[in-house]
Ligand binder design. Sequence first.
Ligand code: SF4
Ligand code: SF4
Length: 363
Amino acid sequence: MNMIRVTKQAVATALAKASKSYTIAGPVKARAGHEFRCLGQGQTLTKELDLEYTHTRLSPKALLFPQAEPMFHFKLPETTGEPGDTPPAFLEAESFGESPLAVVGLRPWDARALDLLKLNFDTPDYTDPFFMKRYNAMVRVGLADIHPDPENFSLAAGSGPFDEAGLDILLADAGDAFIGKVITGKGRDFAGAAGFEPGSPADEKAFAALKAAAEKEADIPPACDRINDADTLDLYHADFWEAAAFSCINCGACTFACPTCWCFDIQDEVNQGKGVRLRLWDSCMTDLYSAHASGHNPRQEGYQRFRNRFMHKLKYFPDKYGAGIMCVGCGRCITQCPGGIDIREVMAAMNTAGATVQQEVSP
Ligand code: SF4
Ligand code: SF4
């Protein structure tokens, strides 16, 4: 194990040093709760950064996949009949110049979620240049959650408060210092640039104790063991969907807050002959999302869109990618839903339906 430590007093100096080679992003206190932002340099940087945060309202996915992203600009044909610009296939993403982006204070499940997003943006058939440029340039400095929120079920979702899978460094708050591990070569480079000190065997022990305590606190298993083996159409036609969706108003808040939701649409905005093609977050919870040009909508009813969201996360995605569920258990959709919808309850209903179907077909 490659242990490191940095006292809380020394964090400002360490990040100021690292900011000579990296753009630094991290959690800052904003008007409506904490959110991830790219930070300034020197004093400004550490004044904004708040590593004592509990959770962020929106996930850090916007650092790779912005809410609104210009893909290219164009000019409409002139009135003279001359053709306008030919749109390029894509415009190189202009995000944060040439320096790599170090995201400090990422929760481990949010880091894993970035890798689940990648499954959609980097496939054998297509690579999204906007997403992948940022993905490759990102260094992820995680901060373990030593007291997970009650709505957080990340451990049961295949991640956890000390999950290392999507991180280059994992730090934990040990009182007067952050102690942690370097996980990858990218992490080693960042630790070197920041001048983190080597950790001691006592730090290693303290880190393991913090991990065991946090995982015990987070150990709330929603049952989803039967969903995998259940027949897709049986789950789709199960009779609980309308009742489960009763209080859902299809506002889409859950999808915008979710670190693993990736729906987007593409729109052209034109003003005085000049235009920009934008990629914008979208939500499968809205009726327009699935409306066809003919006017037909295969998910006309709210409960059908509700069903699609959960079937995608808990059945279609695991079946397609074999990478677990499309949910890291962050709990944002639970705390932010105005209708009181709890994904753990939907999961339990799907699991029960899966179990019932299996019993019916068993000899
Ligand atoms: S589940 Fe909740 S947050 Fe999501 S669309 Fe329905 S009401 Fe909105
Ligand atoms: S589905 Fe809900 S709990 Fe799961 S990752 Fe998305 S917001 Fe978090």
